[in-house]
Design a protein around this ligand. Sequence first.
Ligand code: ADP
Ligand code: MG
Ligand code: MG
Length: 901
Amino acid sequence: MKSVYFFGNKKADGNADMKNLLGGKGANLAEMTNLGIAVPAGFTITTEVCTYYYQNAQSFPQDLDKQVKLSIKKVEQAMRKKFGDKKDPLLLSVRSGARMSMPGMMETVLNIGLTSKTIPGIIAKTDNSRFVYDAYRRLIMMYADVVMEKSAGIEPQEGHGIRHQLEKILNLYKKEKKYKSDIDLSGEDWKIITEKFKLRIKKVLGGEFPDDPYEQLWGGIKAVFQSWNGKRAISYRRIENIPGEWGTAVNVQAMVFGNTGDLSATGVAFTRNPATGSNQFYGEWLKNAQGEDVVAGIRTPQPLNEATKTTASIHLESLESFLPDIYLELNTIRKNLEQHYRDMQDIEFTIEEGKLWMLQTRTGKRTGGAAITIAVDMVNEKLISKEEGIMRVSPNQIDELLHPRLDIKEEKSAEVVAKGLPAGPGGGVGQVVFTPDDAEAWAKEGKKVILVREETSPEDVHGMHAAEAILTAKGGMTSHAALVARGWGKCCIVGCADLNINYDNKEITIKNTLIKEGDWVSMNGSKGVVYLGQVTLQPADPESNNAYRELMSWADNIRILKVRTNADSPEDSKQAIAFGAEGIGLCRTEHMFFDPKRIMGMRKMILAESEHERRSAVMELLPYQRKDFIGILNTMAGKPVTIRLLDPPLHEFIQLNDIQVKDLANELNVTEQKIRDRIASLHEFNPMLGHRGCRLGIAYPEITEMQARAIFEATADLIGKGINVMPEVMVPLVGTNTEFENQEVIIRNIADTVMKEKKISFHYIIGTMIELPRACLTADEIAEHAEFFSFGTNDLTQTTYGFSRDDIGGFLPGYLEQNIFSKDPFQSLDKAGVGKLISMAVTKGRSVRKNLKIGICGEHGGDPASVEFCHQNGLDYVSCSPFRVPIARFAAAQAAIKYRD
Ligand code: ADP
Ligand code: MG
Ligand code: MG
């Protein structure tokens, strides 16, 4: 078995396609070598050896030793130095490298091969004892930390690790000598420090630091394999879903030195700016430095070139001005690497006495804005196709542009006080208030407020609207607060169980922290984290971003799925159109009744005791509804609008306090007791499964009649004015074809009546929301009459699993933690179960009605993985809240590309 792959002298055994075997770092070192780029020679021990190591009681394959020795020979030839040689020794680095980069998770040991025998030789050769002892102290520190402590399984207390202890020794020494920077230390100083280091290591860890080059090398190799199963690596893999079987590779490579003097340096760079995406070479470097010095923060790194200097770095010397030839060479490599890899690269380099060496290249991480700019630029530079450009950007990166966000740097140093579910994305900063009325009043005074509630209800909506962000102690991702906030694109965190809210004192306790009314908090609704104090908020303005607009126009050309929005006001509809919505997929009519003026009519209707009374109460609502529909249909002219008939359990409208009971009794001219009795009689044990949906319209046909009339009168009115409106009437919560047919007759009758009355004809369709398993199972029967289906996947998920979406806060977090569920099924569609019902309903429905229009209008309509599912199952459209529309458009394009035949 070939376990070792050599690279050096412009030829490598491996290449970039062999990441599984050689790890990302090793594969790319091989690729760069093959491209003729100067890479210090070395070799990669494969990930298969790592697997072997763990399957065979932490031992190596028999001939590994032989293969390693042979490869070292080749490295020696390429670098013209010998490992362990007294006069001119080769030094090596041992570097980990998994398939997927796991930044900071695994280990590197530099300067292997420095021993009491080799040190004098290098000093004589370089005439630079400072450099040699600086390198030696680094070796001792890394080796003690990585090999002697971590890989030996020693777990010191936080801040007591050997690296920390050695750093303390160094700092103390610098203080005594009044040195400001590492640069001030002489060779003699470093020598003294290495002696101190070795003594401390022996005292703390019990063993000697090895003085044999091969012992150092094998110690390093083993430690890297060992680090694959270190605590940090395991938990990182769990978060990132990286399988444990993958293993890591080990790269052994000739050392080159950035710390031999002022003509030497080390640096890291991105081939384009990773924060903005602009096509500028962007990086940092340090003179006379090695390894992680640039990122370690001990010295201030310098800017790579003049163009990227900032006010903070204006006085620092750039590589471009200090070593112009080398900078040009590096810039050429930058261009070659981008041409070759066709993506932005993150590179590491070292300059030794005026010679440039490349030490690493990989695809660079970037912000959402940068990802979009880079993708669009690269398409326009003809480096990649439009399809590739679209696939390069993740829907989450699109989302980053749609909401104001907390300043990333400030957020890092802010104090976390609580964590909850990330229900509404973006950032929110404000002063804490506890009631919707306070939220509204404070906002009117120009204050920015965060509304904190146990949970929210429809009656809190005015305060929620006034608030910058919403924070609740209870509820899941589809709780009232979450739905409303997402609909507005507002920052929201729900299910924040650590909050102990005391409404009487207007304060929250979170463990030991007390937050009072008026205190400032900052929230990251994309991550679900609450911070104490004020973090700066950066505004969102996607449409001003040319790259965003261009990328989205490509996506729109490629996608097959249409994208609609869930909206129930002209304002939301306008917002959604601005975001690219092509219609309304769900207009919830009940939201229109929470207005204080209308809710009285609604209550009268609900509490009415005879049909006659009810009919007259309902008819009071007609003008309001008609006006609503005129507004929405007009805004959406030329686009389809699906209007759902009244859906929620009636008791939601009659949770009354004493004053409201009294008012209502006066209005209806009955006793308060009578009102209370009637409310009591409407009580349901499980309202989610109670008298709601089409069951209301069947029991009280006058409700359906009124709503249908409002829709059709609005339609007739607008058609009469020459405005093209396309209403689609949707009957909710249908479980049987008979339920649907019952409502259909009523609706069609009203349509005919209105047409006759207004002497005008118009087009409309009637369909149903599919949100019960029985509806899916009998979709063919329902489709005999229904002209469209819209999957209400919130309720369908609830009824398929048999758990209430308002109560999942109790067990879902535990399920996710224990990996019983990998995702919240209310957020990302459960393809295996709920998805199967949907597929079945699509097939059955279209088997009797070929052109059955099918969409989805649950929260899943804006979830990229669910959008992909809808594409695969041949749905016509997805519908989601206005702020998710761009994400759905983009996800639909990615699905179309992914499943193109
Ligand atoms: P990571 O995976 O954490 O990036 P690396 O293996 O890239 O770790 O090593 C960290 C740093 O060590 C590199 O950025 C580089 O500065 C230095 N380094 C690694 N190998 C060598 C080498 N052969 N010569 C000089 N420096 C090296
Ligand atoms: Mg690196
Ligand atoms: Mg529903």
